[in-house]
Write a protein of this length. Structure first.
Length: 389
């Protein structure tokens, strides 16, 4: 099950991003042209208001019937069609915009209050309507995530019980003989079967052992976690290497920008880029950043040899290099402690990942959910197998 719904962001200069921007600009420019006609045409505006009404229905149905009734009453497309001559009045359009922003203010979460106030202050019709659609899109994701969060516990409860029942049937029929890779995995981690090390070793990038049978259902998620982990560690290691070569960037505002650039450079691994290509992209960002840094007033002197050395260190990052291994060890320790320590607020965040705090916390959250679910279903089997040797 998805942990959270969100809009899939892409690099700002990617083809998809540029295409979407051009398509949206063309749509709103065409609407502007219609409103600029003499007399103005409101065909696109009427269709847009229908779309807005549908958005409100998806947000409010079964949750706020009073607000939904208000939407139905005030944004009835049949009335709009019958009163099309009135809609051609600028004052009527302004009234619809006011009604919509007021309704949004009634149903949005507090995090959107500032955006709603900004929309209400906007006087240019097209800019306001475009802003309305953008905020409504965010509100849809927020409502979906709210429903997901409020029902996740129930879904997880029934899912765990179902998996336990199915596993009991398999055990009754085959015993342990059906799980040789699982038994081998347990033997390798006998000393720490309390769901810490046993779980953490699964997302190490090396594939030295077959995947345990009882984790095959999560094989896809494990692969994704490994990929996320490698991207994070590669970016964090690149930042640490850069800090050693150019210490002045540690406290420079350029640091935040560089960290963001490395995130973008690694986003498409491994879908579009292999490991080597991703590291070359990261290198290019690092070299460009330190070059610009050196050209600033009072910037550090960075020789070409230093740039070449820095490039060589980053492009050769892999599981065996000290820079990568160092940050990965810290991330592994962080994940272990999150599982081991009951009060997770007491777990120290690894300083090597402070430039990627949000991504690291999200990786840890997904990992904890995966491990917790697996041990909720199979934990008793693991413990019994270990105790019986």
């Amino acid at each position: 099950m998805n942990y959270k719904f969100h809009d899939r962001s892409t690099a700002p200069d990617s083809f998809i991003t540029q295409f979407n921007k051009l398509a949206k600009d063309a749509y709103w420019n065409r609407m502007q042209d219609e409103l600029s006609l003499k007399p103005p045409s409101y065909n696109m505006v009427i269709q847009l208001i229908r779309d807005i009404k549908q958005s409100f229905k998806s947000l409010l149905r079964g949750k706020n019937d009073r607000a939904l009734y208000t939407v139905t009453l005030l944004l009835d497309e049949k009335q709009l069609m019958r009163g099309s001559t009135q809609v051609r009045n600028v004052a009527i359009l302004n009234e619809f915009r006011r009604i919509i922003t007021n309704l949004m203010g009634m149903v949005c979460c507090p995090a959107r209050d500032e955006e709603i106030m900004k929309l209400k202050r906007e006087t240019e019709p097209i800019a306001q309507l475009r802003g309305i659609m953008e905020v409504l899109e965010k509100m849809k994701y927020e409502m979906a995530n709210y429903l997901l969060a409020s029902t996740r516990a129930t879904i997880m409860h029934y899912s765990i019980n179902y998996e336990r029942e199915k596993f009991s049937e398999i055990r009754a029929a085959f015993g342990r003989k059906k799980f040789p890779n699982t038994m081998a995995w347990l033997k390798r981690t006998l000393s720490s079967i309390n769901s810490t090390h046993s779980g953490v070793v699964l997302i190490q990038i090396e594939k030295r052992y077959p995947l345990p049978e009882l984790l095959e259902i999560d094989a896809g998620r494990l692969v994704q976690l490994k990929e996320q982990m490698f991207r994070l560690c590669a970016c964090a290691a690149s930042m640490q290497i850069t800090f050693k070569s150019v210490p002045s960037i540690v406290t420079h505002p350029r640091r935040q920008h560089l960290a963001a650039q490395l995130t973008i450079a690694s986003t498409n691994f491994p879908v579009k880029y292999n490991q080597s290509e991703m590291l070359k992209n990261i290198c290019s960002c690092v070299v460009a950043s330190i070059t610009e840094h050196s050209q600033e007033s009072n910037g550090p002197l960075i020789s070409e040899n230093k740039k070449i050395s820095l490039y060589a260190q980053i492009v050769s990052i892999n599981c065996r290099t000290s820079a990568y291994s160092s940050v990965r060890v810290q991330l592994m320790a962080y994940l272990k402690n999150l599982l081991l320590i009951e009060n997770r607020q007491h777990v120290s965040f690894p300083v090597e990942f402070q430039d990627y705090r949000e991504q690291t916390i999200e990786l840890a959250r997904q990992f904890i959910i995966l491990v917790t679910f697996n041990f909720s279903v199979y934990g008793s089997f693991y413990l019994k197998a270990v105790n019986e040797g």
